[in-house]
Design a protein. Structure first.
Length: 276
């Protein structure tokens, strides 16, 4: 489902387009390049100066005025650092004003798996296509962008059943087991699971919108991935396996997703209670 792209100001367009080309040449995924483009275009449109005139003070004032969550704030800072670092490295500017941007303090997130009762209620009121989206997140741990890109050719036979080849962040591939009925559904769609209106596949925002409307407020697609991580760890007690299934390069990232099962916490309590 194509979205109209907002162009950057004319005085920024050439530099931004050349910078994006350098990101593609470096092997960044299409989704990462798209996100960088959107963020840099917003930054450029909010400035009344050319990229050569913007100062570190301008960027600090601009970022201070935004009502972003820490994750978004970090994303914009990374984008500005990438753009102005490239401008400096290519000789288009004699300095890199982004070096003076303050580091973003981001609180360590806690695991927040969506309760099964909410997922079951969502499945009851979902359309057939929405049920597949919810299950791919909750039962297979896919990100919303990965759900958007599922194709029938990605289903493969393994020794015990069928699995799905997923191309995740940074175009890294991983393989996750599929429930038989989901595998059959994806195989029989004969192409993109979620085809776009104008060809290709839908945007990740489409997946996020449809899943979020089915769940109670405060619960979204990512909480289904947390549920998958927690349930998988509860069954296997293997954090490295969970990291592999989620497509994480670091087990430290996986720890953010895994909530300690209530049964384990109760066992710990029973172990420390003093006898009569």
């Amino acid at each position: 489902m194509g979205m109209k792209r907002t162009p950057p100001p004319a005085s920024w367009a050439e530099d931004i387009n050349d910078w994006l080309e350098s990101l593609k040449a470096a092997g960044l995924s299409d989704e990462t390049v798209r996100c960088r483009r959107c963020k840099m275009t917003k930054a450029a449109r909010d400035q009344a100066k050319t990229p050569l005139e913007v100062t570190a003070e301008d960027m600090v004032h601009w970022m201070a005025a935004q009502k972003w969550k820490p994750e978004s704030r970090k994303g914009y800072r990374n984008t500005l650092s990438s753009f102005y670092g490239w401008m400096h490295a290519t000789g288009r500017r004699g300095d890199d004003p982004s070096e003076e941007l303050p580091k973003i303090k981001r609180p360590k997130p806690k695991p927040r798996p969506c309760p099964d009762k909410y997922i079951i209620a969502a499945l009851h009121k979902a359309t057939e296509r929405e049920r597949v989206m919810v299950r791919l997140a909750a039962e297979c741990g896919l990100r919303r962008g990965e759900i958007a890109k599922v194709h029938s050719r990605d289903v493969m036979d393994d020794l015990l059943g069928k699995s799905l080849i997923i191309t995740g962040k940074g175009d890294k591939q991983r393989i996750v087991p599929l429930p038989d009925d989901l595998a059959d559904y994806i195989e029989h769609c004969g192409g993109w699971l979620l085809p776009g209106r104008w060809g290709g596949h839908v945007e990740q925002s489409y997946v996020n919108r449809h899943i979020s409307k089915l769940l109670p407020a405060g619960w979204g697609c990512h909480s289904l991935r947390h549920r998958y991580a927690t349930k998988t760890y509860e069954q296997t007690h293997d954090l490295f396996l969970v990291a592999r299934l989620l497509g994480h390069a670091s087990v430290e990232t996986t720890q953010i997703y895994v909530a300690m099962p209530d049964s384990r916490l109760r066992e710990a309590l029973d172990a420390v209670i003093l006898g009569a």
